[in-house]
Design a protein around this ligand. Structure first.
Ligand code: GAL
Length: 695
């Protein structure tokens, strides 16, 4: 083992340690958005969590090895969108891009080589390689043994046999294949959340979606013609089911799998008419695509000129690291689609095929003109795809909110939400819990269901998530009319579906009531790097009860969400120390304990932190440029005490003008003597909020 030499301060509370000779293509090397330095300067001063001499390295034929000390009590989290576990202590993970993470080995739609510790620091390993992370799993030969514990009886089960033995020393060991060196970035605390914030701000800060993006999303059947899509959308309006974004699935393309990016000549004969009609009814249209470019696509020639050497589904795989391919792809999307009214995209299949069934994506041995191999390209492909299309919206001064199936390090500024073909409900909740550690967003979308209870429970989790998405891509009718796929597609509706629809409407209206609160949470993501969705350990790192929680999370600063899982018979909810209020009944509950929620509970368990001022809007069916939310501000004051102030953000909700100061802050405060106060700061002339009551 050799020791490294220099620890370089590169931004407030962030240090780089260059070890050996890093590869030329890395996440930091390819970054495009600079760190948010002003916001970083606002964070408390803190020392570098490690000294150079703490870190050991080794260049070996397998790659480059790094060892970072851990103490006996800390726990680590992160590594991107891990759907199978939250706490990573004691685990070995291989960060491999994969669309089918069915076991807890590190495969992920967003394998981000960044982790944070309850000791209050973060580490970014700047690589696109499928690196292995071992967190406190092994010690080197010759390390003194832990204090002798008497040998117990011989194990009688495999669980018992292989459970982790105590180690006298813990280290994070990271093996980066192929490389002869790597840069490490250390993010100081002092608290775990500060380290996460530094990472988000180092990435360039979190994204701020357009206001409409936080409303309800509905994706219709991939087989729809334009008339069918329009009819369904109009049905949503007539039945007052809130919906802001309507998504078209593969069928809009002349050919899909691979894509033409041009409208289907029969299904979408008059696309402009369709887009105009949708817009008139208040919908934003989002288009599905993947980047593999079909031989008949108007983009084929330009994409083929800068493509990988292996095709996917007959499509050319564009190298978005080549400026000309990227420009041609973006220009085409702008001219043909965005300028005509398309509000965003769903970037599918940019991850990697599963390793279980038939592999469909480009192999790791592929070569790309930019010099990357298939392994590196898999890590960066989704991120580069987001950048390519985000350019279009930025230059038009138009915000977007989209979907993407792959991401990687430093992705926080890109307004795309991850999703998956998997459907296990607990995995989907874990995605919400985990995404915040790595500056990611995740959507636990709802599709079909086995029971109406499952539909409603899934929908509840969806409305308390970064993107409220109903992905009915294989259903011709909304799932509340029929939960079973085949019957749904034959238009055989459930008996009493109207009641299910009415309950689903209430669930979706809850989302719309939360829009101002959510928008404020995203504004904090953008301005201060605080993730809008967070595992409980981020806010309570020292509470042992919070370290293992993988099915509860914070939404914004004041709402603790504990979804009921599909099929479960009730659940336990950990309430951290302090007092809480049931969101539904407003009953006050002492924290620092575990609650039992019975199976009969119909609504999602949500708790409000004492001292909160919670603005709730009268729900609208969709957001327009003129929408002014009528707010009831709920007061959750401690007995005899004041509430914490709460800031709402007001702007056009659609452009980047807020970055130039075109927005207001509405500061809400309440104390028992002075009562309620609302103060508006800023000179944006519009109004997004009108307070109708304090209650
Ligand atoms: C999948 C995607 C689904 C849906 C489908 C359409 O890859 O995950 O959400 O879009 O493609 O073919």
């Amino acid at each position: 083992m050799t020791e490294a030499t220099t620890m370089e301060l590169i931004a407030p509370g962030i240090w780089r340690l260059r070890l050996g000779e890093p590869e030329p293509h890395t996440p930091v090397g390819l970054r495009e958005i600079p760190p948010a330095l002003d916001a970083l300067r606002e964070l408390p001063a803190a020392d570098c969590p490690f000294r150079v001499e703490d870190i050991a390295t080794q260049a070996a034929p397998r790659g480059f090895l790094v060892e970072i000390p851990m103490d006996q009590t800390e726990d680590v989290y992160g590594l991107g969108l891990q759907l199978k576990s939250v706490k990573q202590t004691g685990k070995k993970k291989t960060l491999r891009m994969n669309s089918d993470p069915v076991v807890d080995l590190g495969d992920s739609h967003a394998p981000v080589p960044f982790y944070v510790s309850t000791r209050g620091y973060g580490v970014l390993v700047d690589t696109f390689r499928y690196a292995d992370f071992y967190f406190g799993t092994h010690v080197r030969l010759g390390t003194p043994a832990p204090d002798a514990t008497p040998e117990g009886p011989l194990a009688t089960s495999t669980d018992e046999l292989y459970k982790q033995r105590a180690l006298s020393q813990r280290r994070a060991v990271i093996e980066v294949p192929v490389a002869r060196g790597v840069d490490l970035y250390f993010f100081a605390g002092p608290a775990l959340l500060d380290a996460v914030r530094r990472y988000v701000l180092f990435s360039g800060a979190g994204c701020l979606p357009p206001l409409w993006g936080l409303g309800v999303w509905y994706r219709g059947s991939g087989q729809f013609t334009q008339d069918e899509a329009l009819a369904l959308a109009r049905g949503l309006r007539q039945s007052r089911m809130p919906c802001d974004v309507f998504g078209l699935e593969p069928g809009w393309h002349g050919h899909a799998y691979a894509c033409t990016f041009a409208w289907h000549s029969e299904r979408f004969l008059r696309p402009q008419e369709f887009l105009d009609a949708m817009r008139q009814d208040g919908f934003r249209v989002n288009l599905w695509e993947h980047a593999f470019t079909h031989a008949d696509s108007p983009l084929r020639r330009e994409m083929e000129a800068q493509a990988g050497d292996v095709e996917v589904w007959g499509g050319a795989v564009p190298d978005f690291l080549c400026a000309s391919a990227r420009r041609a792809f973006a220009d085409y999307h702008e001219r043909q689609l965005v300028a005509r009214g398309v509000a965003g995209f769903k970037l599918d299949e940019c991850d990697n095929s599963d390793f279980i069934g038939s592999p469909w994506s480009f192999p790791e041995y592929s070569r790309f003109p930019s010099g990357l191999d298939g392994e590196q390209m898999h890590s960066v492909f989704g991120l580069q795809y987001q950048r390519t299309l985000y350019d279009v919206f930025q230059r038009r001064d138009q915000r977007t909110y989209g979907q993407v199936r792959a991401s990687h390090a430093l992705a926080a500024p890109y307004p795309f939400v991850l999703y998956s073909d998997l459907y296990d409900h607990l995995d989907f909740i874990r995605g919400v819990v985990n995404c915040g550690f790595s500056g990611l967003l995740w959507s636990p979308e709802v599709r079909d269901s086995r029971t109406t209870q499952e539909l409603e429970r899934r929908l509840w989790a969806v409305v308390f998530s970064p993107q409220a998405l109903i992905n009915a891509w294989y259903l011709r009718n909304p799932p509340w009319k029929q939960i079973e796929t085949e019957k749904n597609n034959r238009a055989e509706f459930m008996d009493g579906w109207g009641q299910v629809e009415a309950r689903c409407r209430e669930i979706l209206r809850t989302r719309m009531a939360l829009l101002p609160y959510l928008y404020a949470a995203f504004a904090r993501y953008r301005l201060e790097g605080v993730p809008p969705f967070r595992a409980l350990v981020m806010d309570w790192p020292d509470d042992p009860a919070c370290r293992d929680i993988h099915d509860q999370y914070m939404m914004g600063d004041d709402l603790l969400v504990a979804p009921l899982l599909a099929g479960s018979r009730g659940r336990k909810v950990v309430l951290p120390a302090g007092a809480w209020y049931c969101f539904w009944t407003r009953a006050r509950l002492e924290g620092g304990r575990t609650l039992d929620i019975p199976e009969s509970e119909e609504r999602i368990p949500v708790f409000v932190r004492e001292g909160a001022l919670l603005p709730l809007a009268e729900p609208v069916d969709f957001v327009t440029q003129e929408t002014c939310f009528r707010l009831s501000v709920r007061i959750y004051a401690p007995p005899g005490g004041p509430c914490r102030p709460c800031t709402l953000y007001e702007d056009d909700g659609e452009t980047f003008a807020y970055e130039k100061g075109q927005g207001n802050r509405l500061e809400l405060s309440w104390d028992p003597q002075a009562g309620p106060r609302a103060e508006r700061r800023g000179d944006w002339p519009g109004r997004r909020y009108e307070i109708v009551e304090w209650c």
